[in-house]
Design a protein around this ligand. Structure first.
Ligand code: NAD
Length: 534
């Protein structure tokens, strides 16, 4: 640090140094031309409030595959947050006056803009987050899909007309916007999570302030630039979709701000607990999408030809960095050994498919950063100490980037400390169950309650699993993996996963204030419950 400061006083050295630093950015490499096509530059302002202007530190956005710098971002500060919330509040005044179908039309245009950059944006998600390219593109596609969904919703979301107990009265529900929705998002879904919130919040009449994860600012900037184009083309204020990149202090400012009517938080249970309590403390609304510890149950009547590929996909997809990744494989004791053997064979074929997330041969990309690699290593070591046997994997790969081997650990007790913890890495614990009842108990005994899946061919088991004594998770699947949810259903989980629901079904209601309206169109004034007050 001192050396850089000393050199900085000699101008010729500075320009030499800067030239070298700039040319080493991935954005300058023609292989990554898509970055410039998305409007990104070597250094980008990380705040949008109708204008692009930031006053925080300049940070590197790094590719997890090589730890090389993609481009730089001047991040936001708490003062920048203030300008963004003011712009979002001002934007709300105009936006909420527009009809819902008109807002839907703007969201349709956002969806089209994303479609036109689907491949480029998908590549950026892969480069910056580290997930393989089909997953990166899939994430952008989810945003496109939720835009389509929201366009339809803009002509459909409606309240009830309820029979009134009083003559000459109408009792009805009206769904009004809340105001400003603050979105704080996690690194592992840098595009789709904002998309789910953005499309639904917009059609229901809200403006937004987005605080993305500190390590995925370029994706947030590229998305906001596309939205900006649509807003500009429609002569609408850019502040309707404001953005402030930055660290936890910016997230804190948003969390504590009573001008933010709903905080939609996606991230760890640890941070979600703080954010939830702070928002509740000011009686704001909160939507929490937190950690999971998802189990896939294999009953003795399961079709094992389906179990193996489903488990591999859910346990190693996104290198185990999905909130819905399978972390516990709970297998009937009659088929346990057979399943472990087949899983080991499948995992043995994976090593050759670990690599650059933008390479079409790759099935498993890197972990997001070096801290994640250290956590992976420490967790494997703890699993062994707690009685686990590493069936395969368990090692960090000796190459640049943050690559680890997908790992299977058997022999641990179902309630071992390490099994009850969410480790964001491709580590799968295989646990024995005597029968389905015991499997359900094990499924439900963890603190998290996001996703779960049962493989069985027996219809009674299916309904037991879905029913009141079955899985206690928000997502309860049968004969499909724990990950890979569709946008049409409500997405979210129970217990320490936070209880929020996003995406489809009636999740839109969370972005609205419900008004119960009673209208008297008679000349009398009867009171409810027949009360006389004369
Ligand atoms: P994280 O909790 O570290 O960070 C999430 C966001 O919170 C980031 O934008 C971060 O800057 C911000 N933040 C940190 N401290 C804050 C504070 N005190 N106040 C306000 N904001 C603060 O999570 P992460 O590591 O980015 O993401 C991984 C976690 O997210 C995992 O636990 C995963 O299961 C969870 N996740 C859940 C879902 C879901 O839908 N349930 C989806 C994706 C990720």
């Amino acid at each position: 640090m001192n050396r850089v400061l000393k050199v900085a006083s000699h101008r010729p050295f500075v320009s030499l140094l800067q030239t070298r630093m700039v040319s080493s950015l991935l954005i300058s490499n023609p292989k990554y031309a898509f970055l410039k096509e998305l409007g990104l530059q070597e250094e980008n302002a990380g705040v949008f409030n109708g204008e692009w202007k930031a006053s925080g530190a300049v940070v590197d956005s790094v590719s997890p595959a090589t730890n090389e710098v993609i481009a730089r971002v001047k991040t936001g500060t708490v003062e920048d947050y203030e300008s963004a919330i003011q712009a979002a509040r001002a934007g709300y005044e105009q936006w909420s006056d527009m009809t819902a179908p008109h807002r839907g039309e703007i969201v349709r245009q956002i969806g089209d803009k994303l479609r036109s950059q689907l491949q480029n944006l998908g590549k950026l998600v892969s480069l910056e987050m580290g997930k393989i390219n089909p997953e990166g593109v899939g994430e952008v596609q989810e945003y496109v899909d939720i835009c389509d969904y929201a366009v339809g919703l803009s002509r459909m979301f409606s309240g009830k007309v309820i029979p009134s107990e009083r003559a000459g009265h109408v009792l009805l529900e009206q769904w009004n916007p809340l105001g400003v929705v603050g979105v704080i998002s996690a690194f592992n879904f840098p595009c789709a999570v904002y998309g789910w919130n953005n499309a639904l919040a917009l059609v229901t009449g809200n403006s937004l302030v987005w605080k993305p994860a500190p390590s995925t600012p370029l994706t947030a900037i590229a998305i906001t630039k596309l939205i900006e184009e649509v807003l500009q083309e429609n002569k609408l204020p850019g502040g309707i979709c404001s953005l402030v990149t930055g660290e936890a202090d910016v997230g804190q400012a948003l969390t504590k701000d009573p001008r933010v009517n709903l905080v939609s938080f996606t991230g760890s249970t640890e941070v979600g607990r703080i954010v939830g309590q702070q928002v509740q403390g000011r009686f704001g609304k909160i939507l929490l999408e937190l950690g999971g510890n998802n189990a896939l149950l294999v009953n003795d009547d399961a079709d094992l030809d389906m179990v193996v590929p489903a488990t591999v996909f859910a346990a190693v997809g996104t290198a185990g960095q999905r909130c819905t990744s399978t972390r516990r494989l709970i297998v009937h004791e009659k088929v346990h050994d057979q399943v472990v053997e087949r899983m080991k064979k499948a995992y043995a074929q994976l090593e050759a498919r670990i690599g650059d997330p933008l390479d079409s041969n790759t099935l498993i990309g890197p972990l997001h950063n070096q801290q994640a690699v250290l956590k992976y290593k420490a967790t494997v070591a703890e699993a062994i100490v707690q009685g686990g046997k590493v069936e395969c994997g368990g090692q960090v790969l000796e190459r640049s980037g943050n690559f680890v081997l997908p790992t299977i650990v058997s022999g641990l007790k179902h309630d071992a400390e390490v099994v009850h913890r969410e480790t964001f890495a491709p580590i799968l614990y295989v646990i024995k169950m005597k029968d389905l009842d015991e499997g359900i108990k094990i499924n439900n005994e963890v603190k998290q309650g996001l996703s779960s899946s049962l493989f069985t061919q027996n219809i009674s088991n299916i309904f037991k699993w879905m029913g009141p004594k079955g899985s206690d998770c928000g997502i309860v699947n049968v004969n499909i993996p724990t990950s890979g949810a569709e946008i049409g259903g409500a997405f979210g989980g129970e217990k320490e996963t936070g209880g929020g629901r996003e995406s489809g079904s009636d999740a839109w209601k969370q972005y609205c204030r419900r008004s119960t309206c009673t209208i008297n169109y008679s000349k009398d004034l009867p009171l409810a419950q027949g009360i006389k007050f004369e």
